[in-house]
Design a protein around this ligand. Structure first.
Ligand SMILES: [Zn+2]
Length: 275
């Protein structure tokens, strides 16, 4: 029997779905653990999100209760597996930006350069963070790649099986038409800049809405959405960043989501969590 531990988690990040051997496709989810002494980042992986029952399909800023299982071959401090059957959504997603800020702003810590240096020293160092983005240079949009034959085989296999969890079989997972990267400088003096792929599911979802546009118009829409709107000049832009399990790629962090409250806001002193 695997020992499990229950946790209450504020969901902050849902990455784009990737082909998976066991479930067809899975996502990496990250959030903030609310039942620990201090709120702390937690990674939940793998999550066969598209295959889960609709009432379990949590949204960003939902609070969920879930039983955790120790990870396999992953010593990153935030990593956990989860027992999918135990996922329970608590109430409605937290919409109030002050309530979000009260939980998230105390977690703004090391800069991107510091997180990377930590992993260079110790591959199992802090692997999730919320970093300030004082200088955003732009969004780079490039053509996506087709699935590899092995990725496509995983998808094909899953579509022929009964869903393990949910009530319906999701549509076939298509490779993203575009990939996009944020180019930015962090707060470290002398930072030479970071170009990090955006792995936010919102990018996948946004692309679906552009399917009837030309390549140029669609790429411009992505830049407008992920630069001009999400990281507008009147916002304090931060990125949720994280690395991946593959030890040979641990030093490469990706942008998993954006946290950008109004510039005029200061939630660090807010004590009322609003939940
Ligand atoms: Zn930097």
């Amino acid at each position: 029997m695997v020992l499990s531990e229950s946790a209450r988690v504020l969901i902050t990040v849902k990455a784009s779905p990737e082909p998976s051997e066991k479930y067809g496709d899975t996502v990496c989810v990250a959030g903030v653990r609310l039942d620990s002494v201090q709120p702390e980042f937690i990674r939940l992986y793998p999550v066969p999100f598209r295959w889960m029952a609709t009432d379990q399909q949590f949204k960003k800023y939902d609070v969920i209760d879930v039983d955790l299982i120790p990870p396999i071959n992953d010593l990153r401090p935030e990593s956990n597996r989860l027992n999918i059957d135990t996922v329970r959504r608590e109430g409605k997603p937290i919409k109030d930006i002050r309530a979000r800020g009260a939980i998230l702003e105390p977690l703004i810590g090391p800069t991107m350069c510091e997180l990377r240096a930590g992993v260079v020293q110790n591959m199992n160092a802090t692997s999730l963070g919320l970093v300030r983005v004082p200088t955003l240079k732009g969004v780079i949009v490039e053509p996506g790649q087709p699935w590899t034959p092995s990725q496509q085989a995983k998808i094909d296999r899953a579509l022929q099986q009964e869903s393990l969890f949910g009530d319906t079989t999701p549509p076939e997972l298509k490779p993203p038409r575009f990939i996009a990267k944020y180019h930015y400088f962090c707060e470290t003096a002398g930072c030479s800049g970071h170009k990090q792929r955006i792995l936010d599911w919102e990018l996948t979802a946004f692309q679906l809405r552009l399917r009837n546009m030309s390549d140029d118009a669609a790429a411009e829409s992505i830049r407008r959405r992920f630069h001009d709107e999400l990281c507008a000049d009147d916002k304090r832009t931060h990125f949720f960043v994280g690395n991946i399990a593959d030890p040979t790629k641990r030093r490469n962090f990706s942008v998993l989501g954006v946290y950008a409250p109004p510039k005029s806001s200061d939630f660090a002193a807010t004590l009322d969590l609003g939940i």
